[in-house]
Design a protein around this ligand. Structure first.
Ligand code: HEM
Length: 175
């Protein structure tokens, strides 16, 4: 059975885990009332994890361009391949757009992003209260779109595995 490359699998599962963790950390941190050292610490972790997703997204796209995925399964109708391709493009777009919107939002709020507490990332925009409010909404909407897309993507993989009993999911598993 032709599978994805080991590097493609590693990038896929690493990005998946990080997205899920960053998502739930984001929801938890904004639910903490007021300001506290713990809240600020969670905000920093959230930003570092999100920036890591962005870095991995760049590596992932470069890897994908150089290494073709295994051929589509003949048992799956063409219309389903088209929907899956559309969903994969949407997910690729979101692994860039979600972290970038958080990054721009942070700089519009006048706060620097210091990756791992060590490196200050470039200030791409000047502080701007109006833009800050817009970008906060953009980050939220894109994040919720990502959550819906990830759930649909995972359900589709599980449907192929348990109902259709084909090798769609196995091709992305190292075992
Ligand atoms: C995969 C990447 C990311 C995901 C899934 C994600 C997800 C989330 C979620 C779920 C929230 C809570 C939204 C709410 O309920 O209001 C949030 C808030 C936030 N995110 Fe992200 N985020 C990501 C990347 C980033 C990055 C890279 C930064 C900045 C460098 C960032 C900065 C923020 C900030 C500052 C907030 C708080 C918004 C507020 O002030 O209420 N995020 N994010």
């Amino acid at each position: 059975m032709p599978r994805y490359t080991k590097i493609a699998m590693l990038l896929h599962w690493l990005v998946a885990l990080l997205i899920i963790a960053t998502f739930f950390l984001g929801l938890s941190m904004v639910a903490i009332p007021g300001f506290s050292p713990t809240k600020l610490k969670y905000f920093s972790w959230h930003k570092w994890m999100g920036v890591t997703v962005l870095g991995l997204a760049v590596i992932r796209v470069l890897w994908r361009k150089a290494n073709r995925p295994p051929p589509p399964l003949a048992s799956i109708p063409v219309w389903q391949h088209k929907i899956a391709d559309g969903m994969h493009y949407l997910l690729y777009f979101l692994i860039f757009a979600v972290p970038l919107s958080g990054y721009f939002y942070t700089y519009a709020a006048g706060v620097p992003v210091v990756y791992l507490g060590l490196w200050q990332m470039p200030a791409v925009i000047a502080p701007d209260p109006e833009l800050k409010a817009t970008l906060k909404t953009v980050h939220y909407v894109l994040t919720m779109t990502m959550a819906a897309a990830v759930v649909a993507h995972a359900l589709a993989a599980l449907k192929h595995h348990f109902i259709d009993r084909d090798v769609t999911l196995k091709r992305m598993l190292p075992l």
